[in-house]
Design a protein around this ligand. Structure first.
Ligand SMILES: *[C@@H]1O[C@H](CO)[C@@H](O)[C@H](O)[C@H]1NC(C)=O
Ligand SMILES: *[C@@H]1O[C@H](CO)[C@@H](O)[C@H](O)[C@H]1NC(C)=O
Ligand SMILES: *[C@@H]1O[C@H](CO)[C@@H](O)[C@H](O)[C@H]1NC(C)=O
Ligand SMILES: *[C@@H]1O[C@H](CO)[C@@H](O)[C@H](O)[C@H]1NC(C)=O
Ligand SMILES: *[C@@H]1O[C@H](CO)[C@@H](O)[C@H](O)[C@H]1NC(C)=O
Ligand SMILES: *[C@@H]1O[C@H](CO)[C@@H](O)[C@H](O)[C@H]1NC(C)=O
Ligand SMILES: *[C@@H]1O[C@H](CO)[C@@H](O)[C@H](O)[C@H]1NC(C)=O
Ligand SMILES: *[C@@H]1O[C@H](CO)[C@@H](O)[C@H](O)[C@H]1NC(C)=O
Ligand SMILES: *[C@@H]1O[C@H](CO)[C@@H](O)[C@H](O)[C@H]1NC(C)=O
Ligand SMILES: *[C@@H]1O[C@H](CO)[C@@H](O)[C@H](O)[C@H]1NC(C)=O
Ligand SMILES: *[C@@H]1O[C@H](CO)[C@@H](O)[C@H](O)[C@H]1NC(C)=O
Length: 434
């Protein structure tokens, strides 16, 4: 009953169009150290880094959990997010963290959940959160032989359980760069999975071609599923891998088997290598209720700059003038947070300098740091991002030969370069490539 009231509130939100526009920032990985997920971990312990922190953690709930516990209250999913967040905080957001003995529940897992299709919701969400919030390695407990319910293979006959197929798909499809996902809902953009019944994650695709949007739909009342659209994506052809319960013996979520795109997944001696294939589909795409899904999108680049950034005409470069005072090194660091290839601005020619000038005219910044830096008393200028461009647009009389002026600011009025004190905070201009 309670679950349905929650759904009704949600229905009001989705009634308006029924489509979730999802934005995946495919040009700006939020981290490039991926979460690696292993089902067998002992060889990896040999290469543990010196600053390694490890913890064993399943969910707070133990093996007495019921299906209602799992599916009627998303705060149980969020418990894992909170643990990861606390762990990162404890290690100053810096150290490598591994989750060993990672599974869906403690104490061997819950009967009728951990060995069933239902388990996949917890497991995939766990992998998504681990990747998004920066765990380096997740080691699944266990592959085989555990006395409880959460081993991936049946201990007696080695038959794969649904989590095995899910893990297989994750390894096959999900690549190394974690991407930021934003869902536009009626109540505003959602960027964390907290409290959500549509839980989405994204990464570069393992094949190196494009990206994969993956996640789970645990809304209980929306019988026709949810429509996902990717408005930023031009190539509307995708490859979909949708897992649902096979529903043997009417067990529903406690089904012992999973279906992939409506076909039973079972491992027979005639087909020892799983023949897992996606289904070509188009966007917008409907994800069924109580499903787990991976949508592989071939397009690697979005064609637009992120919101708030401006595209240098006829180039794949986006720039943004940050009207916040930072010393040069802080500004350089801040720019680098916008993606693997983001940095303080480097300028290549008059055309670009002209465009930058027009942009700065619209700001309140009289001078903004760019990426040009000297390591030799105001001579030997190089771009901080390694750009080999030798273009320099000095104001008359500059650069001044002064050991305290080894950084460069773009001057709004002159539209020219001045060398200035690196430590004196200024506005700054960042760039990224799409
Ligand atoms: C959901 O679970 C949390 C944690 O167990 C509990 O504190 C909360 O009261 C539950 N909420 C509902 C609506 O059942
Ligand atoms: C393993 O498979 C056997 C035979 O199908 C079944 O009886 C048993 O319950 C399974 N064990 C687990 C832990 O799923
Ligand atoms: C999730 O819901 C709880 C309880 O309603 C609320 O306190 C919390 O702020 C919510 N978190 C997010 C991220 O919306
Ligand atoms: C995506 O790219 C791969 C590799 O080039 C190709 O095999 C596949 O057919 C493409 N999928 C779609 C839906 O275009
Ligand atoms: C899966 O395959 C096993 C043997 O390989 C068989 O015993 C079992 O009935 C199959 N399950 C379904 C649902 O067909
Ligand atoms: C893409 O990422 C950048 C930097 O994190 C952010 O400012 C921008 O809003 C994002 N774009 C979308 C469409 O979410
Ligand atoms: C990055 O930018 C934010 C917001 O302007 C600022 O609070 C923070 O201090 C900056 N960090 C660095 C290292 O400059
Ligand atoms: C970074 O930008 C340069 C210049 O456009 C480009 O050649 C390179 O491929 C980019 N690298 C990445 C990882 O985006
Ligand atoms: C100027 O630099 C841009 C890169 O910012 C490049 O794409 C363009 O071709 C250059 N134009 C000229 C005239 O060299
Ligand atoms: C920079 O100039 C100072 C004197 O102003 C001199 O002592 C120092 O050696 C110079 N540094 C370099 C790298 O030339
Ligand atoms: C100029 O700086 C570059 C990069 O830091 C360095 O490799 C080079 O030796 C410097 N040249 C002179 C003349 O100082």
């Amino acid at each position: 009953m309670l679950a349905c009231i929650i759904c009704l509130i949600f229905l009001v939100e989705v009634a308006n169009g029924q489509t979730f526009p999802v934005f995946v920032n495919s040009s700006n990985p939020i981290r490039s150290v991926p979460t690696r997920f292993l089902s067998i971990g002992w060889d990896m312990y040999e290469s543990v880094p010196a600053d390694f922190y490890g913890f064993d953690f399943s969910y707070y709930w133990d093996n007495t959990a019921t299906l209602d516990d799992v599916f009627q209250n998303t705060s149980l999913f969020d418990a894992w997010y909170e643990v990861v967040y606390e762990a990162k905080k404890l290690t100053n957001w810096f150290h490598s963290i591994w989750c060993g003995e990672c599974s869906t529940m403690t104490g061997g897992g819950a009967k009728g959940i951990s060995d069933r299709f239902a388990s996949g919701f917890l497991w995939l969400d766990k992998l998504g959160i681990a990747a998004t919030y920066g765990l380096d390695v997740v080691i699944r407990h266990a592959l085989w032989g555990d006395s409880g319910f959460y081993a991936l293979l049946n201990t007696t006959n080695f038959q794969p359980k649904p989590d095995y197929w899910l893990s297989f798909l994750y390894k096959k499809l999900v690549g190394t760069d974690v991407l930021r996902v934003t869902v536009n809902s009626a109540s505003g953009p959602i960027t964390t999975p907290q409290n959500q019944s549509l839980r989405l994650y994204a990464a570069s695709s393992a094949s190196g071609n494009g990206f994969v949007l993956y996640g789970l739909n645990i809304y209980s009342c929306l019988e026709n599923g949810l429509i996902i659209d990717l408005p930023d994506v031009n190539n509307k052809q995708i490859t979909a891998y949708v897992l649902t319960g096979y529903n043997d013996d009417n067990l529903g979520l406690a089904s012992r088997y999973a279906s992939l795109n409506n076909a039973l997944l079972n491992w027979t001696s005639h087909q020892p290598t799983p023949n897992i294939q996606g289904q070509v589909a188009s966007l917008p795409f409907t994800v069924p209720p109580y499903s787990l899904f991976f949508l592989v999108v071939n397009q690697t680049q979005v064609t637009q700059c992120p919101a708030g950034w401006y595209q240098v005409p006829n180039t794949n470069k986006c720039i943004n003038v940050f009207q916040a005072n930072q010393p040069w090194f802080g500004a350089n660091f801040n720019c680098s947070l916008y993606g693997q290839n983001a940095s303080l601005l480097s300028i290549q020619n008059d055309t670009e300098a002209y465009y930058v000038h027009q942009l700065t005219l619209g700001t309140s910044c009289s001078q903004s740091f760019i990426g040009l830096l000297s390591n030799n008393n105001g001579s030997n200028w190089t771009w901080s991002n390694g750009d080999s461009s030798t273009y320099q647009l000095w104001q008359t009389g500059y650069p001044v030969n002064d050991n305290t002026k080894n950084c460069v600011a773009f001057d709004k009025n002159a539209g020219k370069f001045y060398n200035v004190d690196c430590d004196q905070p200024r506005c700054y201009i960042c760039q990224l490539y799409i």
